[in-house]
Design a protein around this ligand. Structure first.
Ligand code: PLP
Length: 400
């Protein structure tokens, strides 16, 4: 009976946006939701996306017929090449494929379905903390969810020793979810040397590396740098999954453009995996939407448009870096107690500030600043015009 249905808790990040929208103060700032904002605090449709959209609208040869279940081939190939690298041996040897999904979330879900139902994986290791939806997705499939240490509050950096120890204790065949770059929510990534050590432990323990690659190109503005870890694992001979999102790096949040890149040892199994994923996707969403995939394919497959896009991701990443620097300088200038170097050391749009839930509440009540209870700030919410207000709020929050 519907009358027996219990109220579910709201999704924290969307509840925060609703509270922000209801606040009429001109001082309000949304430091919650993970979306890029310009220096004026506005969403940004990338100019190259606008250009391709008008070309698509004028192209009357295009129609709205169903795509194949696996998606638009020119999109899945370009997306897979983006995360594996142009010279990827796995692609050249036909040991890799892409499968179009409903954005990064859909890629994670399809992969989780496949791992649970088709290859009998039942244990998954998630970083502590991680993007909240990882728990949502893997718990839907009754995975045994375990955590590996990641954030070290004392250093406001990576708990590398803790991570290695936890992964060493993982049972064979466990799936290990790794954030390829710009770890959400902490903004802390392993160094290349640390990635190499992580790869060794994963190899020795016979674990399965599953990259959540939601920020390729958006994290640093440099695609090669952001995909380094994924490429390294593939070059080391691992079989991997990489869940890709084009929400952030193309600003196509609501178009739901994603890809699940699959790398195997053996070209023979690619067709079998594809056939199983088609069955799963058929029951999940049947066919993917084409609009966003056409945009991404048009850009990535054209050198001129691709060069423009690389400029855009640099613009976004550079603005975030500048805001990190500006906030850090303001806090230093004010003599705000504590060390704040992590603000500039962290990467991507998020920063784990180290502020407590009480301090976050204080910022909301007194300063109209809306951040996640964990102390995670979306640095894109910061602009040259509101940074003083934000720095003042943080100062008061930590000194009262
Ligand atoms: N993975 C991580 C770590 C994310 O932060 C996000 C978005 O915030 C996603 C995946 C997936 O997002 P989407 O489904 O919009 O592509």
């Amino acid at each position: 009976r519907f009358s027996d249905v219990e109220q579910a808790p709201p999704v924290a990040v969307f509840a925060l946006t609703a509270a922000y929208k209801a606040d009429t103060s001109p001082l309000r700032v949304n430091l919650g939701v993970g979306a890029y904002r310009t220096e004026e605090g506005k969403p940004w449709v990338l100019p190259v996306v606008r250009e391709v959209e008008s070309q698509l609208a004028a192209d009357h040869s295009l129609d709205h017929e169903y795509l194949p279940i696996q998606g638009l081939p020119e999109f899945t190939t370009a997306a897979t090449r983006l995360v594996l690298g142009d010279d990827s041996a796995a692609m050249l040897e036909n040991r890799a494929m892409g499968f179009q999904t409903l954005s990064g979330t859909g890629a994670l879900r399809l992969a989780a379905e496949f791992l649970k139902r088709k290859t009998n994986h039942s244990v998954v290791y998630l970083p502590d903390p991680t993007w909240a939806n990882h728990n949502g997705i893997f718990s839907m499939l009754d995975f045994d969810i375990r955590k590996y240490r990641y954030w070290k509050p004392e250093t406001r950096g990576l708990d590398f020793e803790g991570m290695i120890e936890d992964l060493k204790n993982a049972p064979a065949n466990a799936v290990v979810v790794l954030h390829a770059c710009a770890h959400n929510p902490t903004g802390v990534d392993p160094t290349r040397e640390q990635w190499k050590a992580i790869a060794e432990v994963i190899k020795a323990g016979n674990l399965f590396p599953f990259f959540d690659s939601a920020y390729i190109g958006f994290a640093s503005g440099d695609v090669e740098r952001d995909r380094w870890a994924v490429k390294y694992f593939v070059d080391q001979g691992f079989e991997v999954f990489a869940a890709q999102s084009f929400s952030k790096n193309f600003g196509l949040y609501n178009e739901r453009v994603g890809n699940l890149a699959v790398v195997t040892h053996d070209p023979q199994v690619i067709g079998k995996i594809k056939s199983q994923m088609e069955k799963l996707a058929r029951a999940l969403w049947s066919n993917p939407p084409s609009h966003g995939a056409r945009i991404v394919a048009a850009v990535l497959n054209n050198p001129t448009l691709s060069a423009q896009w690389r400029e855009h991701i640099k613009t976004m990443a550079d603005r975030i870096t500048q805001m990190r620097e500006l906030l850090y300088q303001k806090l230093k200038l004010q003599g705000t107690p504590g060390t704040w170097t992590h603000i500039v050391d962290q990467i991507g749009m998020f920063s784990y500030t180290g502020l407590s839930p009480k301090q976050v509440d204080f910022l909301k009540e007194k300063y109209h600043l809306y951040a996640m209870k964990s102390g995670r700030f979306n640095m894109c919410g910061i602009t040259p015009s509101n940074v003083d207000h934000i720095a003042k709020g943080i100062h008061e929050a930590v000194t009262t």
